[in-house]
Design a protein around this ligand. Structure first.
Ligand SMILES: [Zn+2]
Length: 135
């Protein structure tokens, strides 16, 4: 377990974030940034994981279901990817359409990346102080 001091870009709530560096089971990792739910304002935001260490005066939250992005996001992220792979496999075995299978696989990957970018832009927007309180 690694701990980093993070601050919510929206409500400025500061806390120790405990996580496993190489994996995330509930948050979406993008380099040094992670998308997860702020325990204070309960909204998805982009957190910068750069300040390693622990501040004992701050509360601690982990990479768990409390801070997780939620089942809806995972379903939208992995659902279509899974569907494309299943359809692709079906076409491959039923009609030996290997090219079509590759296209479906690529569509699934493209969807996953596009959705992560969309989510990143969406949650980044609300971090702007101009929109504070607007939602
Ligand atoms: Zn917050």
């Amino acid at each position: 377990m690694t701990t980093s001091i993070v601050e919510c870009p929206h409500c400025y709530y500061r806390f120790n974030y405990e996580f496993i560096p190489s994996a995330s089971f509930y948050s979406i990792r993008l380099g040094t940034n992670r998308i997860f739910k702020c325990p204070q304002c309960k909204e998805l935001h982009v957190f910068k994981i750069t300040k390693f260490g622990k501040d004992s005066s701050l509360p601690t939250h982990g990479d768990n279901s409390e801070t997780g992005v939620g089942a809806k996001v995972w379903a939208l992220l992995l659902g279509p990817l899974f569907a494309f792979i299943v359809i692709g496999f079906f076409l491959l075995f039923a009609f030996q359409l290997f090219g079509v299978y590759i296209i479906f696989l690529l569509l699934g990957i493209v969807w996953t990346f596009a959705y992560i970018i969309y989510l990143y832009l969406k949650v980044s927007r609300t971090t702007n102080s101009k929109t504070y309180g607007a939602n």
